[in-house]
Design a protein. Structure first.
Length: 378
């Protein structure tokens, strides 16, 4: 029995390629918590957790993810059988309430370790991949319409992305609609345009906004109203011809059930971090499927490790109606994986090999770690 004998976290700060402007914050760097789990048979697994903009996006920050793992999850799992992931999830959930991203970061490392010991990809542990690659959106969020249009043109030309998500909600409605309209007009039918309001609108603004977005050819609006206001999300979903996607409201299967039960949204943005891990993420997916909702593989702007883990899970999903947005590593100025995840032909490709299929570049990890004085264990 391979017992867990070490759980170690490392906090990295990696600059982004440009400012990423969301309704609640502008990111110029991403903070990444790497997790290394070692088992007493010498095998290892890696995991990762990220949030967005410190504590401005949600209830977890990189620092809180690290603290939850170092002080609570790690000690609770010491000596546990590494092959018993369901048992480990039970221990984690009894030890730590909330903190889904911290829980997920450790769970990824457990799946990676198990997959490596068995010599199979994590997708195999979830029944096997049904696709080797998935459509991948890019977020246009420079804060400037001209820059965004140039970025979209370059992505289409390079055949990297033809799905674009626009971050709106920071400016007044009229300016946002003009911005989205300019991008829709520029790309025409060469791309799918979606927006993410990140909870910034009240219901009255959302009603007007969604109607205007529909007019200019936007396909989908993500979390237009506050996560707590499920009735407002439902009111929009009931009346809009545009598809409405739930994101921040989905913090695991129980929320998924609440949203699905009264059809408060048309689409689930499934995030492994926000769901509390791959196991709970797969349950969110199952609830969405059973309710006949659309599915989309979401991101917390993760680096390569968590992106690879999400790809392992999403590759097993029968129908990903809206594709994915697993572009996180491309938003970062530098790659921390030994071998980058492949983006080509408008798709992100599932990494091959056992576990989550990727390995870290130790030099990059050393370079970007916040605490550069300490040495990284091999
Ligand atoms: C979110 O709210 O969806 C995903 C892509 C992006 O640009 O921001 C994230 C968070
Ligand atoms: Mg979102």
């Amino acid at each position: 029995m391979p017992r867990i004998d070490l759980i170690e976290t490392t906090l990295l700060d990696i600059p982004t390629i440009r400012g990423h402007v969301l309704s609640m914050t502008t990111m110029t760097a991403q903070s990444v918590v790497l997790v290394r789990v070692r088992f007493d048979d010498g095998s290892e697994g890696i995991g990762e957790g990220t949030s967005i903009g410190g504590l401005s996006y949600g209830g977890e920050s990189a620092e809180s993810i690290k603290l939850a793992i170092d002080h609570y999850i790690g000690p609770a799992l010491m000596g546990h059988d590494g092959n018993d992931i369901n048992g480990a999830i039970g221990i984690i959930e009894r030890t730590v309430r909330g903190n889904p991203i911290a829980r997920c970061a450790v769970e990824i490392a457990l799946w990676d370790g198990l997959g490596r010991r068995l010599g199979v990809p994590v997708a195999q542990l979830f029944g096997g991949a049904v696709r080797p690659a998935m459509p991948v959106a890019w977020t246009l969020a420079s804060g400037n319409s001209t820059t965004d249009i140039a970025e979209a043109e370059a992505m289409i030309e390079a055949r990297r992305h033809n799905i674009f998500k626009l971050k709106i909600g920071k400016r007044d409605l009229k300016s946002d609609i003009a911005h989205v309209g300019a991008i829709c007009a520029a790309v025409g039918d060469r791309a799918s345009i979606r927006v993410d309001v990140n909870q910034a609108w009240d219901l009255a603004t959302a009603r007007r906004g969604v109607a205007m977005l529909e007019e200019i050819g936007v396909e989908l609006a993500e979390q237009p109203v506050r996560a707590e206001f499920l009735r407002d999300l439902k009111a929009l979903t009931d009346t809009s011809r545009l598809s409405i996607m739930a994101d921040e409201v989905l913090q695991g299967p129980i929320d998924a059930m609440r949203v699905a039960a009264n059809r408060s949204a048309d689409v689930f943005a499934v995030k492994i971090g926000q769901s509390g891990g791959l196991r709970r993420g797969s349950e969110v997916i199952a609830i969405g499927q059973a309710a006949g909702l659309g599915l989309y593989g979401g991101t917390m702007l993760e680096a390569g490790v968590s992106t690879a883990a999400a790809l392992q899970l999403f590759s097993t999903v029968e129908t990903l109606h809206w594709g994915t947005e697993l572009f996180g590593p491309l938003l970062l100025k530098d790659e921390i994986l030994a071998e980058p995840i492949r983006y080509a032909d408008f798709c992100v490709h599932l990494p091959q090999g056992p576990g989550i299929g990727v390995a870290l570049d130790p030099d990059k990890v050393r370079f970007y770690r916040r605490d550069r004085g300490a040495t990284l264990a091999p």
